[in-house]
Design a protein around this ligand. Sequence first.
Ligand code: SAM
Length: 228
Amino acid sequence: MTHTPGTPPGREPALADTQRAHWQRTHTANPGMYGEHPSAPARYAAEVFAAAGAREVLELGAGHGRDALHFARAGFHVLATDFSPTGLQQLRTAAADQGLADRLAVTAHDARDPLPLPDASVDAVFAHMLLCMALSTREIEALVAEVRRVLRPGGAFVYTVRHTGDAHCGAGTGHGDDVWEHGGFAVHFFSRELVDALAAGWHLTDVHPFDEGELPRRLWRITQETPR
Ligand SMILES: C[S@@+](CC[C@H](N)C(=O)[O-])C[C@H]1O[C@@H](n2cnc3c(N)ncnc32)[C@H](O)[C@@H]1O
């Protein structure tokens, strides 16, 4: 088998590797593609995190950071991650322009890898449309285990995913494991069974359906907490 550049030796070339290049191109061609305003889930999460007394927020798949900037403006210390250095550079520039650089750090991270943080080191984790990227069920399970590892007891995890009721589920190219590629973007459409499985050992406090964008994307916003 030939080795794909950018893929660590021993790891199969995966859909996520080609998706990384696709997201790099997308963020480069469309700076600030999700706009300046925070998403509705981020506004909700900031309230949940504040009510829980959180100070540090880890955001996964932050893109160019419309939501990371909101968390920083709300007074949290934020670590924003994404596997696209281009998106993160846009976020770094916006944070500096808005005088938020002292509260917002960025680091490149592939959600398939362990989180670069110690155990029980953050109060809250947020991920808007990251777990439903081109990740296998096994990779999603490993990521949620990592989120649990880095959260302090009683820490909150708010994440959103497109689900099996979305119009694009079953459209385009199927990659198995409920992953469908449409217009160059691969999405893992979540079943309710997967949401429940990922909440095993957590306190699942909310599964909220909502829409975003013009398609519209059909999503769930999930809130779960680690036991105290
Ligand atoms: C649908 S966008 C959402 C961006 C941001 N959360 C927002 O709502 O504005 C998904 C983001 O996840 C990133 N991403 C996709 N797969 C990833 C992976 N395996 N590891 C880290 N980031 C990933 C992409 O680069 C992109 O910025």
